[in-house]
Design a protein around this ligand. Structure first.
Ligand code: FAD
Length: 290
């Protein structure tokens, strides 16, 4: 069982609990992005086990007809063992998801993994796009997307590079703490960069844009850009953060909630607490009232 300190941010330990949470979200008009918690594996066994669970998960999502997709972490699929392990596991998950009409997101981890992650995304997106035309089974909800971090100095160039790749991008501010030679470390500068990158994406992308932010200012900027350029976009937020706003926004826009589950919740929970003191207060209040 997920302890009260973390259960605001984590849906449960099992896929069934995660999907039950998604069913509730769907009742509010919000879709789920299901993530099995796990990262930094240095052995093949847990990477292969998580990859197999993701393949079962896409079958469960398709079978239950839920409004949901999945999001995977490169180091969970073996990137730190060998890039080829990650590539192979990702390809198999994307093949299973494409077959069943389920979308696959690739999370972005620390800046040392960006090249390998973007290369793998580009390869699976192009491969999928080529194969898709011959598949009579193809459904319109499937596809692949990758996360880009606005705090990295390189992201302007990455966004330009990915503009013609047949996939979506999720723009976030960045949850890791990269050094100043590769990243903007001042939050006002990151916000400014986020706005600039978002405008570039709305102007040049037609594959789809996800605004991965709880920040009302960024969401307002995105809706204004949508009105100006007409580009499709979706809003993505995390489980346990601004949920009332998620339900309200879902009346007008496509909204997705990132729904993590599994027993490896500790480092995910730490990241949420580190990024906002208010999250720690929520967690402590939950412990005191349990
Ligand atoms: P912040 O800059 O943290 O806050 C700005 C404003 O948003 C606040 O002033 C407040 O008005 C509002 N706000 C923020 N949090 C709260 C809250 N708890 N309660 C009330 N209001 C709040 N990062 C990665 O590095 N890689 C990933 O793959 C990745 N995937 C993500 C996927 C999703 C769906 C989301 C939502 C985020 C993801 N992130 C990822 C995390 C992201 O990089 C940020 O660390 C995180 O979203 C915090 O930044 P922010 O834009 O939400 O707002």
């Amino acid at each position: 069982m997920i302890p009260p300190i973390a259960n605001r941010f984590v849906a449960g330990e099992s896929p069934a609990e995660a999907l039950a949470h998604v069913r509730q979200l769907n009742g509010h008009g919000v879709n789920g992005i299901v993530n099995l918690l796990g990262e930094h594996y240095d052995e093949r066994e847990p990477a292969a086990a998580d990859a197999a669970e993701y393949r079962r998960l896409v079958a469960d999502i398709a079978g239950s007809r839920l409004g949901a997709c999945i999001s995977v972490k490169p180091s969970q699929l073996g990137l730190e063992i060998d890039e080829s392990v990650f590539r192979r596991e990702l390809e198999e998950i994307v093949a299973a998801a494409t077959e069943r009409g389920v979308f696959v997101w690739i999370d972005m981890e620390d800046h040392t993994t960006t090249d390998a992650t973007l290369d793998a995304f580009e390869a699976v997106a192009r491969e999928r796009d080529g194969g898709e035309r011959s598949s009579s089974d193809h459904r319109s909800d499937d596809g692949v997307g990758v996360c880009l971090q606005a705090n990295l100095r390189r992201t302007r160039a990455d966004l330009r590079r990915l503009a013609d790749v047949p996939g979506k991008i999720r723009l976030v501010k960045g949850a890791y703490d990269p050094p100043s030679d590769v990243a903007y470390t001042d939050s006002t500068r990151v916000d400014q960069e986020y706005r600039t990158l978002l405008e570039y994406a709305f102007e040049h992308y037609d594959g789809g844009i996800a605004v991965g932010s709880h920040d009302p200012a960024m969401i307002e900027h995105a809706t204004a850009l949508h009105d100006r350029y007409g580009t499709d976009f979706e809003i993505q937020m995390l489980m346990g953060v601004r949920e009332a706003a998620q339900y309200e926004l879902a009346e007008e826009y496509d909204v997705y909630q990132y729904v993590p589950y599994g027993d490896r919740w500790l480092s995910y929970f730490y990241r949420r607490v580190a990024e906002r003191r208010e999250n720690l207060r929520f967690a402590l209040r939950a412990v005191l009232s349990s």
